[in-house]
Design a protein around this ligand. Structure first.
Ligand SMILES: [Ca+2]
Ligand SMILES: [Ca+2]
Length: 186
């Protein structure tokens, strides 16, 4: 006797149809492309932190050099430099810009710029001559502004801004230098 029921009369499916297979391939391909694009971006940008770190090191070094310069009323060539209480007591007062014969590293903060408030290029030196690779790819500028700071008048306080550019990026550091020892000479 032939017994017919729903179970035996239906075709039992196994595997996928061609359309399902094609859809599966398409969906997996889209997912893989997305993952590959993320990996591509990650790989391309993986060198950036190192460039940023080097730019930051350059900016820190330049800001340190400028901040450590003296802030006297007179140029060191002036015999009154160790005693002068103001610029009027100097034969060679420290005006903005390097005085005659001043060379880097300068003897005063204000020697590092030709004018206050104007950004100007500052050379990046490989002082130990160890051949730092691609140093020429960085460009630095410095700007100094007379700016009052926490009760210290603008004439005795300088805001130093160092910017280091590399590619399309720029690192900028600020620091204040105050006239805390106006007669401190080497
Ligand atoms: Ca000077
Ligand atoms: Ca000067």
């Amino acid at each position: 006797m032939f017994i017919k029921n729903g179970f035996h009369s239906r075709a039992v499916r196994s595997g996928f149809t061609l359309i399902e297979l094609v859809m599966f391939i398409v969906i997996v391909s889209i997912a893989v492309i997305g993952i590959l694009q993320v990996m591509n971006v990650t790989t391309k940008n993986s060198a950036d932190p190192q460039l940023r770190k080097q730019a930051l090191s350059i900016a820190e070094a330049l800001l340190e050099e400028v901040s450590l310069a003296r802030f006297t009323f007179c140029d060191p060539a002036d015999p009154n430099a160790e005693t002068a209480a103001n610029a009027a007591a100097c034969a060679v007062p420290e005006g903005v810009g390097p005085e005659n014969g001043n060379v880097r590293p300068f003897d005063n903060v204000n020697d590092y710029v030709a004018a206050y408030g104007v950004a100007q290029p500052i050379a990046i030196a490989d002082v130990n001559a160890i051949g730092i690779p691609n140093l020429a790819n960085y460009a630095a500028t410095i700007k100094i502004v007379q700016q009052a700071f926490n009760g210290i008048p603008a004439t005795d306080s300088l805001l130093i801004t160092v910017s280091v550019a590399y590619g399309a990026e720029t690192i900028t550091l600020d620091g204040y230098r105050t006239r805390y020892a106006p007669n401190l000479m080497p």
